[in-house]
Design a protein around this ligand. Structure first.
Ligand SMILES: Nc1ncnc2c1ncn2[C@@H]1O[C@H](COP(=O)(O)OP(=O)(O)O)[C@@H](O)[C@H]1O
Ligand SMILES: C=C(OP(=O)(O)O)C(=O)O
Ligand SMILES: [K+]
Ligand SMILES: [Mg+2]
Length: 580
């Protein structure tokens, strides 16, 4: 027998709170096996008082709603009835629910990975989101990549989302006259200038994109390239040319960011004057809207204002299609206004590359932990980015330190990890993704085992009554799932909100998120623990469950007896049942 809780919202319902459940070790919900393999839950005093507290909102039957079974939403989902990609399907069949990967993986697409076969290899390797960085390449180039990812999704059933990352208006180098990189040696004198150099580019010259560069710098300043990967000291100014001596040698890459430090402090006056979204960024944003990208990541966000501005721009321009806005935390200002920025955004990125040039390197790990924690608290997906497997740009094996860094981000339960140069221009993009995947799955498993005797930490419930119902339901469902060691949580969600609330609880089992549109399915691909499916809905929860069970069983993705906790944002209910 299945058991269900349902919530009907009266016009002036009293606020209720969930009783605090004790730890899992005191079996709260004894599970009784019934002959027909279905299990039922015995209601304990704490749960029954919870039921009682909400009974004024329950339907008399306490069971499924009277919805019109048979009324399918207008969306057709193809011959198979359910959309899920081949990789998830194979993973589920092979390893079962427990070992599916919870942390999502993002790959920056560049020259090393822009071909259709290369993109397919990344999708097969577990890429959930493809990132295109508008700092590099032309719009035509990016458009081709987007087209290929779309084709991959259409033809092969993937739901790879696309994230467009803006250039931002920080100071950066120009290209290197067509060269892929330029090597600097210790003590060499290089010229940085607003002059555009012809081809071939004179030796040891670098073009800078910002006209006021020569006026702004002072002799003695420290110039950090690409977040400090290469360093120079300013030695002389001659008109528009700034002569610099290399103090930390390395490889200069086209369009690399430039950061100035003076007497041990960041020189940020100029950046403070520049708009967060430049004119070029607005054109790129128009391009992203026209292309229907799923996420737009904004570089060097300083305050919530710019995020709000962009969100209303998108709402006015995108004609109903939603694009999520991701705030990149990579400046001192972003850290100062952390909470308001995250609150205004649909997600955040710990962009450690530039962040490490703006604050002392040793402060980056604690900043990362703060941002990840705050995002979790505010229920916004968070991405940990840059240098996760940097050495794999050149070498086929990561360093131990890199593996430890990936592990730490997984242990912090960030929603997603991102590859940059490793996948964009490295020599081993697929291998880097494979390392990310295997380390992630291993650490997640280890961490679940480590935490299995600890009480589950559930998110706080908001103060708005309308929001608090869904939050209470998801907290309870996640708790029940952990206590009963359920195989999976199922969530039926049109907007994806309820799926994100379950993800926020970071339960032990995976969350199957069923949604009616491909765009929500793609967007959910960024969030921890969610396995997004597209499915057309009935208005009736039982009908949805039965349909899902038979479709998934037919494809060997679930089996009779699996214990499932299902929640729905249309019916605001929790059901506990075994797959028949
Ligand atoms: N679309 C592209 N075209 C050419 N090169 C790219 C592209 N995207 C990324 N790259 C290369 O990959 C490197 C790492 O990517 P990313 O971290 O996104 O950029 P950046 O290092 O400029 O912040 C870049 O420095 C650049 O050399
Ligand atoms: C992800 C980052 O931004 P970008 O690669 O665009 O510089 C970063 O700085 O870490
Ligand atoms: K960028
Ligand atoms: Mg950056």
């Amino acid at each position: 027998m299945s058991q269900s809780l349902q919530f009907i919202t009266p016009s002036r319902a009293p606020y209720f709170t969930l009783p605090k459940f004790p730890r899992r070790s005191c079996t709260l919900f004894p599970v009784i096996n019934l002959p027909n393999t279905k299990r039922s839950i015995t209601i304990t005093p704490s749960l029954s008082s919870f039921l009682h507290a909400t009974s004024s909102r329950s339907l008399p039957s306490g069971n499924s709603q009277t919805g019109a079974a048979g009324v399918v939403s207008a969306l057709s989902v193809g011959a198979t009835g359910i959309e899920v990609d081949a990789v998830t399907e194979a993973e589920l069949k092979e390893n079962g629910f427990r070992s599916t990967r919870r942390t999502k993986l993002i790959c920056t697409i560049g020259p090393a990975t822009c071909g259709f076969e290369q993109l397919e290899a990344l999708a097969v390797g577990g890429m959930n989101v493809a990132r295109i960085n508008m700092c590099h390449g032309s719009r035509e180039w990016h458009q081709t990549v987007i087209e290929r990812v779309r084709r991959l999704n259409d033809e092969k059933g993937f739901a790879v989302a696309i994230m467009m990352d803006t250039e931002g208006s920080e100071i950066h180098m120009g290209d290197l006259g067509g060269a892929a990189s330029a090597k600097t040696e210790d003590g060499e004198i290089w010229t940085f200038s607003v002059r555009a150099f012809g081809t071939p580019r004179p030796e040891r010259t670098i073009n800078v994109n910002y006209d006021g560069f020569a006026e702004d710098v002072k002799v003695g300043d420290e110039l950090l390239v690409d977040g400090g990967m290469v360093r120079f000291e300013v030695t002389e100014k001659i008109g528009p040319d700034v002569k610099c001596r290399c103090t930390d040698p390395g490889l200069l890459l086209p369009q690399a960011n430039l950061t100035l430090w003076r007497n041990g402090s960041l020189v940020s006056e100029r950046n403070a004057m520049l708009p967060t979204i430049s004119s070029k960024d607005w054109l790129d944003i128009d391009f992203g809207i026209a292309e229907g990208v799923d996420f737009i990541a904004i570089s060097f966000v300083k305050s919530a204002e710019v995020i709000n501005h962009l969100k209303s721009y998108i709402a006015a321009r995108a004609c109903g299609s939603e694009i999520a806005v991701i705030a990149k935390m990579e400046s001192v200002d972003s850290l100062k206004n952390l909470e308001e920025i995250i609150q205004a955004s649909d997600g955040a990125m710990v962009a450690r590359g530039d962040l490490g040039a703006q604050i002392p390197l040793e402060q980056v790990p604690s900043a990362q932990q703060n941002i990840v924690q705050l995002c979790r608290q505010l229920n916004k997906p968070v991405i940990v980015a840059s240098q996760l497997l940097e050495s794999m740009i050149e070498y086929p094996t990561p360093t131990r330190a890199e593996v430890a860094d990936v592990s730490e981000a997984v242990r912090q339960q960030a929603d997603a990890l991102m590859l940059s140069g490793e996948s964009a221009m490295g020599q081993y993009p697929e291998k880097a993704l494979a390392v990310l995947r295997s380390v992630t799955v291993r650490i997640e498993k280890w961490w679940r085992e480590e935490k299995c005797h600890e009480a589950m930490e559930l998110p706080d419930v908001g103060t708005l009554f309308a929001d608090s119902i869904s939050e209470e339901i998801c907290n309870s469902a996640a708790k029940i799932a952990n206590n009963l060691e359920a195989d999976a949580l199922f969530v039926y969600t049109k907007t994806g909100h309820m799926a994100s609330l379950l993800s926020q609880c970071r339960p032990d089992c995976p969350i199957f998120a069923f949604t009616t549109t491909t765009s929500v399915r793609r967007r959910l691909n960024l969030q921890w623990g969610l396995i997004p499916f597209r499915l057309s809905f009935y208005d009736d929860m039982d009908a949805n469950l039965n349909k899902t069970f038979s479709l998934l069983k037919a494809r060997g993705m679930i089996k009779s007896g699996d214990l499932v906790i299902a929640v729905s944002d249309m019916l605001q209910s929790i059901k506990v049942m075994n797959v028949p």
